[in-house]
Design a protein around this ligand. Structure first.
Ligand SMILES: [Fe+2]
Length: 258
């Protein structure tokens, strides 16, 4: 799921305003054979490119979640697997979630996921969220306690920023973009990927680690001031040393805000 900066939403991107918190009460869509095949193709593509490129926490989570290879999974089943590890749960949404609602979901350890899949012609990248992005990109790290601690804190700070109508409302989506969506991490001196926007796109996986991208050490002050473009491959990426660093820097930054 993406958060957004004002003005970047297209008319044809649905805004999700209503969702059911109990994922088990949500009817499962009747997916077509083409849609199941799209899932299978996307998953097979990622399974090929991710070893040696995704960070170890993500790969461990991917193994734990064990997505079905030949059909679209039920959100309820995936939610149950996450809940058994970290207590986080999925909620089903129609599309992009407004930031205020998104932060409230994270703060209560819920992650919004769509239940529709992209068109076959959008296999490489789709700027609008679909369930392959939401599940493949985000779910594996929702099984990691360290990452989830950061994510919950991130949601709490977002909720507070909206309560106070604080300028951090604009800064937090940028931090989210350059970490949760497009973050890199150092692992044994190598760059590895933890950002969901990269990990759910085969093109972006290869591009992100190539010498065509600028990789800068993570600095939360820089990142919070850095705007972003959701329509193109990401040229500028920020690299954390560890999830500890991410959580600690974020906590220090947030403590100074309010
Ligand atoms: Fe996302």
């Amino acid at each position: 799921m993406y958060t957004t900066e004002a003005g970047l939403i297209r008319q044809d991107m649905k805004m999700a305003l209503v969702h059911e918190r109990d994922i088990h009460r949500v009817a499962v869509p009747a997916y077509s054979d083409i849609e199941h095949q799209t899932w299978a193709t996307l998953l097979a593509n990622q399974q090929r490119v991710l070893p040696g490129r995704a960070c170890r926490e993500f790969l461990a989570g991917l193994e734990m979640v064990d997505f079905p290879r030949d059909h679209i999974p039920r959100l309820a089943d995936i939610s149950d697997r996450i809940e058994a590890t970290t207590g986080w749960r999925l909620v089903r949404v129609d599309g992009i979630v407004p930031d205020e609602e998104f932060f409230a979901l994270l703060a209560s350890r819920h992650f919004p996921s769509t239940d529709f899949i992209r068109k076959p012609e959008e296999l490489g990248y789709t700027p609008a969220p679909d369930m392959f992005h939401d599940l493949m990109g985000h779910v594996p790290l929702l099984t990691d306690r360290r990452f989830c601690a950061f994510f919950e804190r991130f949601g709490q700070v977002g909720v507070r920023a909206f309560e106070l109508d604080h300028p951090a409302k604009q800064w937090l989506p940028r931090i989210y973009w350059y970490t949760v969506e497009f973050g890199l991490i150092r692992e044994h001196g190598q760059h590895r990927i933890y950002g969901s926007g990269i990990l759910s796109s085969p093109d972006e996986v290869l591009f992100s680690l190539s010498d065509q991208t600028e990789k800068r050490s993570f600095d939360i002050e820089v990142v919070s001031a850095e705007t972003y473009d959701i329509w193109h491959m990401q040229q500028k990426l920020f690299v954390i040393d560890s999830f500890d660093q991410l959580e600690d820097e974020f906590a220090r930054w947030a403590d100074k805000l309010f």
